[in-house]
Design a protein around this ligand. Structure first.
Ligand code: HEM
Length: 152
């Protein structure tokens, strides 16, 4: 989350400047990081009841793989979904899943994100890319193995 979020800020310097100018936006910025490029891209369910989806009837027991990243860029839910907007509100993203098995650690994760970005921006007035980032190639977990930056 922190790596993907920093990468999004570096790719959207206007949003980074907005956040620096008003750090009370850190909580909405963290939600936007989770929506825009969240660290978990797939979720799973098994149907307890039959369901019709896209004209097909899916029977009880069907395993479902849910594309969290796709849902989080759904234009019917999010205005201008491919725009990274640190002030986005409302932001009903699915980065932590939903329902009975929603992420147990979501409030810890949110708190970590808020602390990390508040401290990072306060400590370093300048943060710039200093090399090619390297993506982790897994599909379910989306993140960066390396994100070289120069701070000052
Ligand atoms: C940004 C960080 C995190 C993200 C994006 C994330 C995302 C998720 C997602 C998508 C699920 C599946 C929810 C569902 O099935 O609907 C999940 C489940 C879970 N997460 Fe997280 N998580 C994060 C951090 C954490 C942390 C820090 C903890 C523990 C301190 C944690 C503990 C759990 C547990 C125990 C479950 C299983 C819940 C259940 O099956 O009832 N997660 N998380």
């Amino acid at each position: 989350m922190i790596g993907n979020g920093l990468w999004a800020l570096l790719n959207n310097p206007g949003e980074l400047a907005t956040l620096r100018a008003d750090t009370s936006l850190v909580p909405t910025a963290v939600e936007e990081m989770l929506r825009f490029d969240g660290p978990i891209q797939l979720n799973n369910r098994r149907l307890l009841d039959p369901m019709t989806l896209g004209g097909s009837i899916l029977p009880v027991g069907t395993p479902i793989t849910i594309g969290i990243g796709a849902a989080n860029h759904d234009a019917s839910q999010f205005a201008d979904p491919d725009r990274f907007n640190v002030a986005r509100k409302p932001n009903r993203h699915l980065a932590f899943g939903q329902g009975d098995h929603v992420c147990v650690g979501m409030n810890v994760a949110r708190m970590e994100g808020r602390i990390a970005f508040t401290r990072l921006l306060a400590k370093f007035p300048k943060i710039a890319l200093a090399g090619e980032p390297e993506r982790d190639r897994r599909v379910r977990f989306r993140g960066l193995r390396r994100l070289p930056v120069r701070v000052g």
